[in-house]
Design a protein around this ligand. Structure first.
Ligand SMILES: Cc1cc2nc3c(=O)[nH]c(=O)nc-3n(C[C@H](O)[C@H](O)[C@H](O)COP(=O)(O)OP(=O)(O)OC[C@H]3O[C@@H](n4cnc5c(N)ncnc54)[C@H](O)[C@@H]3O)c2cc1C
Length: 323
Protein backbone atom coordinates (compact mmCIF):
# COMPACT_ATOMS: atom_id res chain seq x y z
CA UNK A 1 0.00 0.00 0.00
CA UNK A 2 1.08 3.56 -0.60
CA UNK A 3 3.71 2.79 -3.19
CA UNK A 4 4.47 4.09 -6.66
CA UNK A 5 2.57 3.03 -9.77
CA UNK A 6 4.20 3.54 -13.18
CA UNK A 7 2.15 3.41 -16.37
CA UNK A 8 4.11 1.11 -18.70
CA UNK A 9 2.90 2.10 -22.14
CA UNK A 10 2.52 -0.41 -24.95
CA UNK A 11 2.98 0.70 -28.54
CA UNK A 12 2.36 -1.97 -31.17
CA UNK A 13 2.60 -4.64 -28.47
CA UNK A 14 5.98 -3.49 -27.11
CA UNK A 15 6.80 -1.39 -24.06
CA UNK A 16 8.16 2.02 -24.97
CA UNK A 17 11.78 2.65 -24.09
CA UNK A 18 10.75 5.70 -22.07
CA UNK A 19 8.41 3.59 -19.91
CA UNK A 20 11.20 1.16 -19.06
CA UNK A 21 13.57 3.99 -18.19
CA UNK A 22 10.87 5.64 -16.05
CA UNK A 23 10.30 2.38 -14.16
CA UNK A 24 14.02 2.24 -13.34
CA UNK A 25 14.01 5.86 -12.16
CA UNK A 26 10.93 5.14 -10.02
CA UNK A 27 12.68 2.09 -8.56
CA UNK A 28 15.64 4.25 -7.52
CA UNK A 29 13.42 6.96 -6.04
CA UNK A 30 11.24 4.29 -4.39
CA UNK A 31 14.28 2.63 -2.79
CA UNK A 32 15.17 5.92 -1.17
CA UNK A 33 11.56 6.67 -0.16
CA UNK A 34 10.95 3.14 1.12
CA UNK A 35 8.18 2.60 -1.43
CA UNK A 36 7.67 -0.36 -3.75
CA UNK A 37 7.10 0.22 -7.43
CA UNK A 38 4.41 -1.53 -9.47
CA UNK A 39 3.56 -1.19 -13.14
CA UNK A 40 0.19 -0.69 -14.82
CA UNK A 41 -0.17 -2.16 -18.30
CA UNK A 42 -3.29 -1.60 -20.37
CA UNK A 43 -3.87 -4.03 -23.21
CA UNK A 44 -2.92 -7.48 -24.44
CA UNK A 45 0.42 -8.74 -23.22
CA UNK A 46 1.60 -12.24 -22.35
CA UNK A 47 2.73 -13.21 -18.87
CA UNK A 48 6.41 -13.49 -19.84
CA UNK A 49 6.62 -9.98 -21.26
CA UNK A 50 4.70 -8.53 -18.32
CA UNK A 51 6.87 -10.34 -15.76
CA UNK A 52 9.93 -9.02 -17.61
CA UNK A 53 9.17 -5.57 -16.21
CA UNK A 54 10.63 -6.95 -12.97
CA UNK A 55 14.07 -6.43 -14.51
CA UNK A 56 13.28 -2.70 -14.70
CA UNK A 57 12.06 -2.40 -11.13
CA UNK A 58 8.40 -3.49 -11.02
CA UNK A 59 7.42 -5.74 -8.12
CA UNK A 60 3.90 -6.40 -9.39
CA UNK A 61 2.61 -5.80 -12.89
CA UNK A 62 -1.13 -5.12 -13.09
CA UNK A 63 -2.44 -5.96 -16.54
CA UNK A 64 -5.81 -4.41 -17.37
CA UNK A 65 -7.46 -6.23 -20.23
CA UNK A 66 -10.78 -6.82 -21.91
CA UNK A 67 -10.96 -3.45 -23.67
CA UNK A 68 -9.21 -1.66 -26.52
CA UNK A 69 -7.44 0.99 -24.35
CA UNK A 70 -6.89 2.91 -27.56
CA UNK A 71 -7.32 6.34 -26.01
CA UNK A 72 -6.81 7.94 -22.62
CA UNK A 73 -10.21 7.54 -20.93
CA UNK A 74 -10.15 3.72 -20.57
CA UNK A 75 -6.61 4.09 -19.18
CA UNK A 76 -7.89 6.60 -16.60
CA UNK A 77 -10.59 4.09 -15.55
CA UNK A 78 -8.07 1.23 -15.30
CA UNK A 79 -5.45 3.18 -13.34
CA UNK A 80 -8.05 4.81 -11.06
CA UNK A 81 -9.36 1.33 -10.30
CA UNK A 82 -5.83 0.14 -9.37
CA UNK A 83 -5.22 3.21 -7.25
CA UNK A 84 -8.48 2.64 -5.37
CA UNK A 85 -7.57 -0.99 -4.70
CA UNK A 86 -3.87 -0.56 -3.87
CA UNK A 87 -3.76 2.97 -2.45
CA UNK A 88 -0.78 4.21 -4.47
CA UNK A 89 0.78 7.43 -3.20
CA UNK A 90 2.29 8.43 -6.55
CA UNK A 91 1.32 7.57 -10.13
CA UNK A 92 3.90 8.26 -12.85
CA UNK A 93 3.41 8.55 -16.61
CA UNK A 94 5.87 9.19 -19.43
CA UNK A 95 4.76 12.04 -21.68
CA UNK A 96 2.98 10.70 -24.76
CA UNK A 97 -0.38 11.37 -26.34
CA UNK A 98 -2.12 8.74 -24.22
CA UNK A 99 0.11 9.09 -21.14
CA UNK A 100 -0.24 12.86 -20.84
CA UNK A 101 -4.01 12.82 -21.41
CA UNK A 102 -4.51 9.93 -18.99
CA UNK A 103 -2.45 11.66 -16.29
CA UNK A 104 -4.58 14.80 -16.56
CA UNK A 105 -7.81 12.77 -16.43
CA UNK A 106 -6.54 10.73 -13.48
CA UNK A 107 -5.53 13.81 -11.50
CA UNK A 108 -9.04 15.22 -11.90
CA UNK A 109 -10.62 11.89 -10.99
CA UNK A 110 -8.52 11.51 -7.83
CA UNK A 111 -8.42 15.19 -6.91
CA UNK A 112 -4.65 14.75 -7.04
CA UNK A 113 -1.84 17.22 -7.55
CA UNK A 114 -0.36 17.04 -11.05
CA UNK A 115 3.18 17.88 -12.16
CA UNK A 116 3.83 17.92 -15.90
CA UNK A 117 7.18 18.08 -17.71
CA UNK A 118 9.08 16.64 -14.75
CA UNK A 119 12.74 15.97 -15.51
CA UNK A 120 13.98 14.67 -12.14
CA UNK A 121 12.54 12.67 -9.23
CA UNK A 122 13.93 13.17 -5.72
CA UNK A 123 13.37 11.94 -2.19
CA UNK A 124 13.27 15.02 0.00
CA UNK A 125 12.43 14.33 3.61
CA UNK A 126 10.56 11.15 2.74
CA UNK A 127 8.38 12.75 0.04
CA UNK A 128 8.68 12.68 -3.71
CA UNK A 129 9.76 16.10 -4.96
CA UNK A 130 10.02 16.55 -8.71
CA UNK A 131 11.99 19.03 -10.74
CA UNK A 132 9.72 20.63 -13.29
CA UNK A 133 11.31 22.43 -16.18
CA UNK A 134 10.08 25.91 -17.01
CA UNK A 135 10.78 29.13 -18.91
CA UNK A 136 12.53 27.41 -21.78
CA UNK A 137 14.49 25.08 -19.51
CA UNK A 138 16.10 28.03 -17.79
CA UNK A 139 14.56 27.22 -14.38
CA UNK A 140 13.70 24.04 -12.50
CA UNK A 141 10.74 24.33 -10.13
CA UNK A 142 10.87 21.96 -7.14
CA UNK A 143 7.35 20.56 -6.77
CA UNK A 144 6.10 18.59 -3.75
CA UNK A 145 2.55 17.32 -3.29
CA UNK A 146 0.12 18.49 -0.66
CA UNK A 147 -2.58 16.13 -1.97
CA UNK A 148 -3.03 12.53 -0.80
CA UNK A 149 -2.07 11.24 -4.26
CA UNK A 150 0.49 12.80 -6.60
CA UNK A 151 0.41 12.34 -10.38
CA UNK A 152 3.54 13.07 -12.43
CA UNK A 153 4.11 13.29 -16.18
CA UNK A 154 7.82 12.89 -16.89
CA UNK A 155 9.20 14.45 -20.05
CA UNK A 156 9.36 11.75 -22.71
CA UNK A 157 12.55 9.71 -22.88
CA UNK A 158 14.11 11.52 -19.92
CA UNK A 159 15.34 8.19 -18.61
CA UNK A 160 16.97 5.63 -20.88
CA UNK A 161 16.60 2.01 -19.71
CA UNK A 162 19.78 0.17 -18.70
CA UNK A 163 21.10 -2.12 -21.41
CA UNK A 164 21.90 -4.84 -18.90
CA UNK A 165 18.69 -4.56 -16.86
CA UNK A 166 18.36 -7.63 -14.66
CA UNK A 167 16.16 -8.59 -11.74
CA UNK A 168 13.54 -11.04 -10.53
CA UNK A 169 10.45 -11.45 -12.66
CA UNK A 170 7.51 -9.39 -11.44
CA UNK A 171 4.28 -10.95 -10.20
CA UNK A 172 1.56 -10.54 -12.83
CA UNK A 173 -2.03 -9.79 -11.83
CA UNK A 174 -4.78 -9.47 -14.40
CA UNK A 175 -8.13 -7.73 -14.17
CA UNK A 176 -10.86 -6.34 -16.38
CA UNK A 177 -11.85 -2.89 -15.14
CA UNK A 178 -15.37 -1.57 -15.60
CA UNK A 179 -15.27 1.36 -18.00
CA UNK A 180 -17.17 4.58 -17.43
CA UNK A 181 -19.79 5.78 -19.91
CA UNK A 182 -17.54 8.55 -21.23
CA UNK A 183 -14.69 6.08 -21.84
CA UNK A 184 -17.07 4.07 -23.99
CA UNK A 185 -18.35 7.18 -25.76
CA UNK A 186 -15.29 7.33 -28.03
CA UNK A 187 -13.87 4.74 -30.38
CA UNK A 188 -10.62 5.15 -32.34
CA UNK A 189 -11.35 3.92 -35.84
CA UNK A 190 -7.84 4.03 -37.29
CA UNK A 191 -4.37 5.53 -37.25
CA UNK A 192 -2.45 7.31 -39.96
CA UNK A 193 1.13 8.58 -39.96
CA UNK A 194 1.07 12.38 -40.22
CA UNK A 195 4.38 12.41 -42.06
CA UNK A 196 5.06 9.57 -44.41
CA UNK A 197 8.20 7.53 -43.85
CA UNK A 198 8.71 9.05 -40.43
CA UNK A 199 10.72 7.02 -37.93
CA UNK A 200 10.06 7.50 -34.22
CA UNK A 201 13.34 9.14 -33.25
CA UNK A 202 12.46 8.67 -29.58
CA UNK A 203 12.88 4.91 -29.94
CA UNK A 204 16.06 4.82 -32.08
CA UNK A 205 19.33 3.59 -30.53
CA UNK A 206 21.42 5.63 -32.96
CA UNK A 207 20.57 9.12 -34.18
CA UNK A 208 22.41 11.26 -36.68
CA UNK A 209 21.32 14.85 -36.12
CA UNK A 210 21.63 17.31 -38.98
CA UNK A 211 21.90 21.08 -38.55
CA UNK A 212 22.22 24.25 -40.60
CA UNK A 213 25.86 23.42 -41.24
CA UNK A 214 24.65 20.96 -43.88
CA UNK A 215 24.13 24.04 -46.05
CA UNK A 216 21.15 22.82 -48.07
CA UNK A 217 18.29 20.33 -47.66
CA UNK A 218 19.77 17.85 -50.15
CA UNK A 219 22.77 17.41 -47.86
CA UNK A 220 20.54 15.53 -45.42
CA UNK A 221 21.30 12.58 -47.72
CA UNK A 222 24.70 12.48 -45.95
CA UNK A 223 22.99 12.05 -42.57
CA UNK A 224 20.59 9.47 -43.98
CA UNK A 225 23.45 7.43 -45.43
CA UNK A 226 25.37 7.52 -42.16
CA UNK A 227 22.25 6.65 -40.14
CA UNK A 228 21.53 3.82 -42.56
CA UNK A 229 25.04 2.40 -42.16
CA UNK A 230 24.59 2.46 -38.37
CA UNK A 231 21.01 1.14 -38.37
CA UNK A 232 19.77 4.43 -36.92
CA UNK A 233 17.49 7.33 -37.77
CA UNK A 234 17.92 11.01 -38.63
CA UNK A 235 17.14 13.88 -36.28
CA UNK A 236 17.24 17.63 -36.93
CA UNK A 237 17.58 21.02 -35.29
CA UNK A 238 14.83 23.59 -35.26
CA UNK A 239 16.82 25.82 -37.60
CA UNK A 240 16.54 23.29 -40.42
CA UNK A 241 12.98 22.28 -39.57
CA UNK A 242 11.89 25.92 -39.66
CA UNK A 243 13.68 26.28 -43.00
CA UNK A 244 11.63 23.37 -44.35
CA UNK A 245 14.67 21.13 -44.86
CA UNK A 246 13.41 18.29 -42.70
CA UNK A 247 10.08 17.30 -41.05
CA UNK A 248 9.09 18.51 -37.60
CA UNK A 249 8.73 14.89 -36.42
CA UNK A 250 12.53 14.76 -36.45
CA UNK A 251 13.11 17.91 -34.40
CA UNK A 252 15.09 17.45 -31.19
CA UNK A 253 15.05 20.03 -28.43
CA UNK A 254 12.96 22.29 -26.30
CA UNK A 255 10.19 22.60 -28.85
CA UNK A 256 10.81 19.17 -30.36
CA UNK A 257 11.46 15.75 -28.87
CA UNK A 258 13.69 14.63 -26.04
CA UNK A 259 15.82 11.68 -27.11
CA UNK A 260 18.20 9.34 -25.31
CA UNK A 261 19.82 7.15 -27.98
CA UNK A 262 22.96 5.18 -27.19
CA UNK A 263 24.78 7.25 -29.82
CA UNK A 264 23.99 10.77 -31.09
CA UNK A 265 26.10 12.12 -33.93
CA UNK A 266 25.63 15.88 -34.32
CA UNK A 267 26.49 16.97 -37.85
CA UNK A 268 26.80 20.71 -38.48
CA UNK A 269 24.96 21.53 -35.24
CA UNK A 270 26.15 24.41 -33.07
CA UNK A 271 24.79 22.98 -29.79
CA UNK A 272 22.40 25.76 -28.73
CA UNK A 273 20.83 25.24 -25.29
CA UNK A 274 17.41 24.65 -26.85
CA UNK A 275 18.86 21.74 -28.84
CA UNK A 276 21.04 20.47 -26.03
CA UNK A 277 18.12 19.97 -23.62
CA UNK A 278 16.62 17.48 -26.05
CA UNK A 279 19.66 15.26 -26.53
CA UNK A 280 22.01 15.72 -23.58
CA UNK A 281 20.85 12.41 -22.07
CA UNK A 282 22.28 10.46 -25.03
CA UNK A 283 24.78 7.73 -24.16
CA UNK A 284 27.65 8.99 -26.32
CA UNK A 285 27.61 12.30 -28.18
CA UNK A 286 29.86 12.77 -31.19
CA UNK A 287 30.06 16.22 -32.81
CA UNK A 288 31.30 17.08 -36.29
CA UNK A 289 31.69 20.83 -36.73
CA UNK A 290 34.14 23.06 -38.58
CA UNK A 291 34.20 25.63 -35.76
CA UNK A 292 36.43 24.45 -32.90
CA UNK A 293 34.68 26.94 -30.61
CA UNK A 294 31.15 25.66 -31.28
CA UNK A 295 29.27 25.11 -27.97
CA UNK A 296 28.51 21.51 -28.93
CA UNK A 297 32.13 20.62 -28.14
CA UNK A 298 31.54 21.64 -24.50
CA UNK A 299 29.31 18.63 -23.93
CA UNK A 300 30.25 16.18 -26.71
CA UNK A 301 32.14 13.03 -25.68
CA UNK A 302 34.03 13.04 -28.96
CA UNK A 303 34.59 16.01 -31.22
CA UNK A 304 35.77 16.14 -34.82
CA UNK A 305 36.74 19.59 -36.10
CA UNK A 306 36.41 19.78 -39.86
CA UNK A 307 34.17 20.05 -42.89
CA UNK A 308 31.24 17.66 -42.58
CA UNK A 309 31.07 17.29 -46.37
CA UNK A 310 34.48 15.63 -46.31
CA UNK A 311 34.13 13.74 -43.01
CA UNK A 312 30.62 12.25 -43.14
CA UNK A 313 30.91 10.38 -46.49
CA UNK A 314 34.28 8.97 -45.42
CA UNK A 315 32.90 7.88 -42.06
CA UNK A 316 29.91 6.24 -43.73
CA UNK A 317 32.21 4.41 -46.13
CA UNK A 318 34.39 3.12 -43.28
CA UNK A 319 31.39 1.93 -41.26
CA UNK A 320 29.94 0.15 -44.29
CA UNK A 321 33.31 -1.48 -44.97
CA UNK A 322 33.36 -2.88 -41.44
CA UNK A 323 30.03 -4.56 -42.19
C1 LIG B 1 12.02 29.42 -27.74
C2 LIG B 1 13.01 28.68 -28.61
C3 LIG B 1 12.86 27.31 -28.79
C4 LIG B 1 13.79 26.60 -29.57
N1 LIG B 1 13.63 25.24 -29.72
C5 LIG B 1 14.58 24.56 -30.38
C6 LIG B 1 14.50 23.14 -30.49
O1 LIG B 1 13.57 22.48 -30.03
N2 LIG B 1 15.49 22.50 -31.15
C7 LIG B 1 16.54 23.16 -31.73
O2 LIG B 1 17.41 22.51 -32.33
N3 LIG B 1 16.63 24.50 -31.66
C8 LIG B 1 15.67 25.20 -31.02
N4 LIG B 1 15.74 26.56 -30.99
C9 LIG B 1 16.74 27.23 -31.85
C10 LIG B 1 18.14 27.25 -31.27
O3 LIG B 1 18.29 28.40 -30.44
C11 LIG B 1 19.21 27.31 -32.40
O4 LIG B 1 18.94 28.43 -33.20
C12 LIG B 1 19.25 26.08 -33.28
O5 LIG B 1 19.33 24.91 -32.49
C13 LIG B 1 20.45 26.16 -34.19
O6 LIG B 1 20.40 25.13 -35.12
P1 LIG B 1 21.74 24.64 -35.85
O7 LIG B 1 22.71 24.13 -34.83
O8 LIG B 1 21.29 23.71 -36.92
O9 LIG B 1 22.25 25.95 -36.58
P2 LIG B 1 23.46 26.93 -36.25
O10 LIG B 1 23.38 27.45 -34.88
O11 LIG B 1 23.46 27.93 -37.37
O12 LIG B 1 24.76 26.04 -36.32
C14 LIG B 1 25.29 25.51 -37.50
C15 LIG B 1 26.65 24.91 -37.17
O13 LIG B 1 27.14 24.25 -38.31
C16 LIG B 1 28.55 24.48 -38.35
N5 LIG B 1 28.98 24.32 -39.75
C17 LIG B 1 28.72 25.15 -40.80
N6 LIG B 1 29.22 24.65 -41.93
C18 LIG B 1 29.84 23.48 -41.60
C19 LIG B 1 30.58 22.50 -42.33
N7 LIG B 1 30.74 22.58 -43.65
N8 LIG B 1 31.07 21.44 -41.66
C20 LIG B 1 30.92 21.33 -40.31
N9 LIG B 1 30.23 22.24 -39.58
C21 LIG B 1 29.68 23.27 -40.22
C22 LIG B 1 28.76 25.87 -37.82
O14 LIG B 1 30.07 26.03 -37.31
C23 LIG B 1 27.68 25.94 -36.75
O15 LIG B 1 28.21 25.59 -35.47
C24 LIG B 1 14.84 27.29 -30.22
C25 LIG B 1 14.99 28.66 -30.02
C26 LIG B 1 14.09 29.35 -29.25
C27 LIG B 1 14.26 30.84 -29.05
Amino acid sequence: MGGILVFAELQAGTFTKGSLGLLEAARDAGASLGLTVDAAVCGAIDDGAAAGLGAHGAVTVHVSEGHAFDHAQPVVDAVADLQAREGYRYVLFGASIVGSDAAAGLAVRLDAGLVIDAVELHDEGGSLVTRRSGLGDSVLAHCAFTSAVGVVVVRSNTYAPAEDAAGSPAAVRRSTPALSAHALALRVTGHEAAEQGGVDIGEADVLVGGGRGLGKPEAFALCEALAGALGGAVAATRAVVDAGWYPYASQVGQTGKTVTPKLYIAVGISGAIQHKVGMQGSGTIVAINKDANAPIFDFADLGVVGDLHAIVPKLTELIRARG
